[in-house]
Design a protein. Structure first.
Lengths: 121, 121
């Protein structure tokens, strides 16, 4: 028996709706869900790369004793993402909520790096 | 004078830290931020594509009078994303929070499509 792969645990057909749906409707649903699953894997790897970049920023800030947050930078980022969202036909309010969600996680990381770097507890 | 482009409004050097930072440190910070900005544009376009896919699911569910949420599907998605996050060295707890954040927006969209489709008010 070979080593089980991590992805083996995932059932792409898992659904609470299986017994309420005609087979051809379920087939259509599963086809779209396959695309969503591919996009989600891409999002996870892209977010991991983004946190690698913000971690570099965190260490730079800690080394030079700079504050974790940068309000002018965040304002510029939010304005840009709202405009990009409009071009992409994504709700700009959602794009802003999304960036705030990410930034609050990033600031939490920066604070942790700073505490660790400056021997805080 | 040419028409101003949307991206013209964005200042990639915007920072509240400018007067606290040596020029060479600011240069390093801006280099990493350039990568973060590229990743963020990719995230916006990818999220837009994801919502196009979930919108197709929303119409399918509305047409066949299926509920907006699918708990077994969500459990399978969360488990998979946590495993993918581990492979990508992203905090699995953050990946789960992220997916919940997206799913709650999707369910809100599905509910709106359902209300509209079934003449709800």
């Amino acid at each position: 028996m070979t080593e089980p792969h991590l992805a083996d645990d995932f059932d792409p057909t898992a659904s609470s709706l299986s017994d309420q749906v005609a087979p051809e409707v379920m087939a259509e649903l599963l086809a779209v869900r396959g695309s969503i699953d591919n996009i989600d894997a891409t999002l996870v790897y892209l977010l991991a790369e983004r946190f690698k970049a913000t971690q570099r920023v965190g260490y730079l800030k800690a080394r030079h004793k700079l504050p974790p947050a940068d309000p002018d930078r965040e304002t510029a980022q939010i304005g840009r993402l709202r405009r990009l969202a409009e071009e992409a036909h994504l709700d700009p309010a959602f794009a802003e909520k999304f960036l705030n969600f990410i930034i609050s996680e990033v600031i939490r990381h920066h604070q942790a790096i700073s505490d660790e770097h400056n021997g805080g507890n």
